[in-house]
Design a protein around this ligand. Structure first.
Ligand SMILES: *Cc1c(COP(=O)(O)O)cnc(C)c1O
Length: 458
């Protein structure tokens, strides 16, 4: 046993002793206390299992935990190639969206018409832009698309039936399950057809006097192929018209541009949904739209008004920062500079030749025997365009060149400043150029230089 190791709980320092010793760190006292309690509890658990505890490691653990707690959230350079990385906050905002959100933090005309001095509604301006870019009659916005769907179904279908194809009665992720969402809204799920094949007349047979809506759900995070069939949205609209009920289309990613222009497969757009006759379309703000987390609702004026007047609307309303960032993001679409200004779209649109050039530049600035340039596949992520593999280039680090492992080098990169999240594959660490912004290149290379050296993170 080393001199600083203890094997009994009474050998551990008190919370007060630990925080006193670590007060030189200048971390807030309450944060140190919280971290010390956690680490001491862990140490006691270790002792109970018969392990010994190094006091030096205990102090380092408290410091690390306290600085993580006080320093959250930390800036991360995303070198994974996953564009909409849910764990990294999905869509990074455009510069003007960041500025707009920051400016909205002060007093603003959030709910006031400054020309009359009268009270206004906080969704008016975003709604105006949304109708302009989608062609819908009316629009509103809530905290996220999951909330949007609960609200829409609560307002339009509580106590009545919602007809859904068995092939779309799915889980989107994070346990967001269509049957449970429908139950939560007070509506009754009426499943029709089969998991793989659905026809118009399945919807027709599912419609009765108890039907309040037909629901279409975008299968966002998986693909189906083979013996499958599904009626088009326009065909569903035809059936719904016959029974005088609305079609609600949960589009998920909410694309406002033609994804073909980015070299991707076609992703249904909001305008297409509106034009095909969907009475209500819901989608996320922070997926392919490239804005802040939000749930956007567009459609027929009378239905949108019913939704806005529902009591849940107040419980789901967006914060001013979200609305300002969303407004600034939508302005990019209106001005026509979305492809270059919205980071998500810029990343998705990057061509392999450009990515290769970027990685060659990195490589020339990082001459190291353990690096190589390789092709790789980036992903859209965030439950959008599943299965789409985007041809990309990566700077690949071989950890064995510095006597390390992919896991240890990845951890060293995550612990660096700024933190870098890379991809570990085949015992190598991959830095995909696609998701790294131009202004992040220099800090990325500095972080790699600091972590990719012998003796670091073994
Ligand atoms: C992502 C997604 C949701 C949930 O949207 P959030 O904005 O994450 O709440 C709901 N439905 C579909 C089809 C989705 O793809």
């Amino acid at each position: 046993m080393e001199a600083d190791e203890v094997s009994e709980a009474r050998g551990l320092p008190s919370v007060a002793r630990l925080t006193e010793e670590l007060s030189v760190s200048a971390l807030p006292h309450a944060v140190l206390v919280h971290a010390a309690r956690d680490e001491l509890a862990r140490a006691r658990e270790g002792l109970a299992r018969g392990e010994t505890v190094s006091l030096q490691r205990l102090r380092a653990g408290v410091l690390s935990r306290a600085s993580t707690l006080a320093g959250w959230p930390r800036r991360v350079i995303n070198a994974t190639g996953v564009v909409l990385h849910t764990n990294l906050g999905r869509a990074p905002l455009s510069r003007s969206a960041v500025t707009a959100a920051a400016e909205s933090a002060a007093y603003s005309d959030l709910e006031m018409d400054l020309s009359t001095g009268r009270r206004g509604h906080r969704d008016t301006h975003v709604a105006a832009l949304l109708t302009a870019v989608t062609g819908a009659e009316a629009a509103t916005v809530v905290n996220n698309n999951a909330g949007a769907l609960v609200l829409v179904l609560s307002a339009l279908a509580a106590g009545s039936e919602v007809v859904v194809s068995r092939g779309q009665s799915v889980e989107i992720g994070g346990r967001f399950r269509i049957p449970e969402v429908i139950a939560q809204s007070g509506a009754i799920l009426r499943e029709v057809a089969t998991a793989n094949r659905t026809y118009s007349d399945d919807y027709e047979r599912g419609c009765t006097e108890r039907t309040a809506a037909l629901l279409k759900v975008h299968r966002s995070n998986f693909t189906v192929s083979g013996f499958v069939h599904e009626p088009s949205l326009a065909e569903m609209v035809q059936v719904a018209r016959k029974f005088g009920v609305p079609v609600v289309n949960d589009l998920g990613s909410g694309c406002l541009i033609e994804t073909e222009s980015l070299g991707l497969a076609h992703e249904p757009t909001v305008s297409e949904s509106v034009a095909a006759g969907a009475d209500i379309t819901t989608f996320s703000g922070d997926k392919l739209l490239g804005g802040p987390q939000a749930g956007l609702i567009v459609g027929r004026r009378e239905l949108v008004e019913r939704i806005r007047r529902h009591p849940l609307m107040r419980a789901m309303r967006c914060d001013k920062g979200t609305l300002a960032a969303l407004h600034a993001t939508l302005l990019h679409y209106i001005r026509g500079d979305a492809g270059s200004e919205i980071p998500t779209l810029w990343m998705l649109g990057r061509r392999p030749a450009d990515l290769e050039q970027t990685v060659r530049r990195w490589s020339s600035m990082l001459p190291h025997p353990g690096t190589s340039i390789r092709t790789c596949a980036s992903a859209v992520g965030g439950g959008a365009l599943p299965g789409a593999a985007l041809e990309s280039f990566a700077l690949v680090l071989d950890p064995s060149a510095v006597g390390s492992s992919a896991g240890a080098l990845g951890a060293a990169l995550r612990a660096g400043s700024p933190a870098v999240l890379a991809r570990a594959e085949h015992d190598l660490v991959w830095l995909d150029a696609r998701t790294v912004l131009p202004e992040e290149e220099a800090p990325l290379l500095d972080a790699v230089r600091a972590a990719f050296v012998p003796g670091q993170g073994r």
